[in-house]
Design a protein around this ligand. Structure first.
Ligand SMILES: C[S@@+](CC[C@H](N)C(=O)[O-])C[C@H]1O[C@@H](n2cnc3c(N)ncnc32)[C@H](O)[C@@H]1O
Length: 196
């Protein structure tokens, strides 16, 4: 996967990394900050996604499509298509631009609006990356876990840097007998749940 990232994809990923670095470094408040994962988390979720059994590949919280492009690398390998959900019109426009210039449109479907509405219609989820507002994590967890195929993975970002607000949901996941779960101390902290 990582040795075969096409130039169009690599260039867009680099551009989004540069924007995100500026977002985080100059202290100027911006409404449209990308708030995307760092590259190490992208590699981690791509590797995990590539190990999953047959089923739907889902992302909750697209922003400009940076994390999507990591998951798409696994989709290309497995012959699957990512469904990614984004609620903000400005981010939807950016993500569309990303998928077009990166030439990955055949591997991704952008679902516009509140992810919870789309999740209800999905079944047989093999991989889900959850990276939206922290207030929707618990709802998304409860919708996604019953829909995961055995061996399927739910990965939730910010399990360490937003631990306080996510604590009830994290406690629920770690004690949930439907999954094996742990928090991986990489970057902002990834909750990884594998369906039993
Ligand atoms: C942290 S950013 C996602 C970053 C992205 N995963 C990346 O790493 O490139 C969270 C995104 O989730 C979106 N979002 C928040 N609540 C949502 C919801 N209920 N449904 C869909 N998207 C949502 C926000 O608009 C924002 O763009």
């Amino acid at each position: 996967m990582f040795h075969q990232i096409p130039e169009s994809m690599r260039k867009r990923m680099q551009m989004l990394e540069d924007i995100d670095t500026i977002d985080r470094s100059d202290g100027t408040p911006r409404l449209q900050r990308l708030r995307q994962i760092p590259p190490v988390t992208g590699q981690f979720i791509a590797l995990l996604a590539a190990t999953t059994p047959d089923g739907e590949m889902v992302e909750i919280g697209t922003s400009a499509g940076y994390s999507s492009m990591w998951i798409i690398q696994a989709c290309k390998l497995l012959g699957r298509k990512l469904k990614t959900c984004e609620i903000m019109p400005e981010k939807i426009a950016l993500a569309k631009e990303t998928f077009c210039v990166a030439e990955v449109e055949e591997y991704v479907q952008l679902l516009e609006g509140d992810a919870r509405e789309y999740l209800n219609d999905l079944k047989d989820i093999s991989f889900c990356f959850l990276d939206a507002e922290k207030e929707v994590y618990a709802d998304c967890y409860e919708i996604v876990i019953p829909k995961l195929v055995p061996g399927g993975l739910l990965v939730a970002d910010n399990a360490i840097n937003h631990r306080e607000i996510l604590q009830p949901m994290l406690d629920r996941a770690l004690a949930d007998e439907r999954v094996d779960a742990m928090i991986v101390p990489i970057a902002k902290g990834e909750l990884v749940c594998r369906k039993i």
